[in-house]
Design a protein around this ligand. Structure first.
Ligand code: BTN
Length: 241
């Protein structure tokens, strides 16, 4: 994997989008920063990215523009991160589509951006993990948040975690490009929060309320509406109703 290490940058996703034409083709480029001054989250939110041992990385690669289930790439990355955390003896849960929680609080978020270029699509898959963030800074975040440090009581080397994530993701991506989301469905499903429960889901435009019925074969959410009909959500932000 090609790696680019930066000290301070606005956002690793923004940097990757700007510099992608210079990245080698045919392999994954991973852009890593020690701190971000304008870290971005989903739905135009910000991602708090102070210096001091968190993980901020963007994975860049190309896929054929005709690839199916591009939408589930963030779920694949969530699976990769969850697997790494499981091997470190944490008990991660996934809040669909791609937030990772520990003890009911968010520790990791994923932002997937795409850019179509003729026959190919460029993928900018950004992931943030709160590694050594203390309670003081976590308290500034606009939703309940935690870090590996807070959960385990010890400091972690974020570059060691990154290396494990790179290995896991490279293997998961290879499987995904061959077989799609199917081989991940069971693992993803087992770690899901709110399944079978009443939820609200904001799709970027509208808020839906219903029962979290199931996950489709390519990682979308089947929401059972009050009239019994099924609404499939490609992406969104869910919470307990
Ligand atoms: C979210 O939960 O809303 C997604 C957060 C994604 C944060 C990561 S940190 C590395 C990469 N660069 C960014 O600006 N955002 C992503």
């Amino acid at each position: 994997m090609n790696e680019i290490h930066l000290k301070t940058i606005d956002s690793t996703n923004t940097y990757a989008k700007k510099h992608a034409p210079t990245f080698p083709k045919g392999q994954i480029t991973c852009v890593i920063a020690e701190e971000q001054t304008a870290g971005r989250g989903r739905f135009h939110r910000t991602w708090d990215s102070p210096k001091g041992g968190n993980l901020y990385a963007t994975f860049y690669f190309l896929l054929p523009a005709s690839s199916k289930s591009l939408m589930s790439l963030s779920q694949i990355m969530a699976c990769s991160m969850a697997k790494v955390l499981l091997t470190e003896h944490f008990s991660p849960k996934i809040k669909w589509p791609n937030d990772i929680q520990l003890s009911g609080k968010k520790c990791s978020g994923i932002l997937c951006e795409t850019r179509f270029q003729g026959e190919e699509v460029e993928i900018f898959l950004g992931i943030g993990l709160n590694v050594n963030m203390g309670q003081d800074l976590l308290g500034n975040i606009d939703q309940p948040a935690t870090s590996l440090f807070v959960e385990s009581g010890k400091e972690w080397n974020q570059l060691e975690i990154l290396q494990k994530l790179q290995t896991q993701f490279a293997s998961d991506l290879a499987l995904f490009t061959k077989k799609g989301f199917a081989p991940f469905h069971n693992f993803f499903d087992k770690l899901l929060l709110f399944k079978g429960e009443k939820i609200r889901c904001f799709d970027g435009k509208k808020e839906w309320t219903g029962l979290f019925h199931s996950i489709t074969s390519d990682g979308q959410l089947n929401l059972q509406l009050p009239d019994g009909s099924m609404h499939t959500m490609l992406s969104g932000d869910i919470s307990h109703d």
